[in-house]
Design a protein around this ligand. Structure first.
Ligand SMILES: [Zn+2]
Length: 186
């Protein structure tokens, strides 16, 4: 197994972060390993989780977006039919498809660093390696790894004000009516 460079923005998860994530998601975030990326204000944006939860449940989405304003922006993009368009492009653009497959492999290798769950050993997230099914998961990888790893996640983040190159804080726009679309698509 090749050793990956460390996640560029990873920081430890403090007890306070767990409280913030509980507020962000409306439930406890389980399997927390670290904070992979933070909002400009310091709140967790992407949490890194173990591939197997404390109760034994496999949890393949190991770079999990928690930031409410960004979650909402991505849900809005999903509602436009963007995922079908992107999936179609993967079928037509060999270069894009190869880069997306490499992002899938990176996702698995990154997750291997923090544990194994054989049931999901070849399952990454977001529809990778051949489809686009959850923009939140793809953006989670792009935010965690930095630009140039997941071409679809990068492209989607570029459509959102304040998401790249810096993750600017827009927490004041936090939606009151919280939901967690990643729960539905897993
Ligand atoms: Zn913020």
């Amino acid at each position: 197994m090749t050793t990956l460079a460390p996640l560029p923005f990873e920081t430890p998860a403090a007890p306070h972060d767990l409280e913030v994530m509980r507020d962000q998601l409306g439930r406890d975030m389980r399997g927390v390993v670290s904070i992979a990326r933070r909002c400009g204000c310091g709140r967790p944006a992407v949490v890194r989780t173990a591939p197997r939860l404390e109760d034994g449940t496999p949890f393949p989405t190991s770079l999990y977006l928690t930031l409410p304003w960004l979650t909402l922006e991505l849900s809005r993009l999903e509602a436009t039919g963007l995922m079908a368009e992107l999936t179609e492009r993967l079928g037509e653009d060999a270069e894009l498809a190869a880069a997306y497959r490499a992002a899938h492999e990176r996702y698995l290798a990154r997750r291997d660093e923090v544990g194994q769950a054989e049931e999901v050993a070849h399952v990454s997230a977001g529809g990778m390696p051949t489809r686009v099914k959850c923009l939140h998961a793809l953006a989670g990888q792009s935010l965690s790894e930095g630009e140039g790893v997941n071409p679809v996640g990068d492209e989607v983040l570029a459509m959102i004000d304040g998401a790249v190159p810096e993750l600017v804080c827009r927490c004041r726009e936090d939606p009151q009516d919280r939901h967690d679309p990643q729960e539905e698509t897993r």
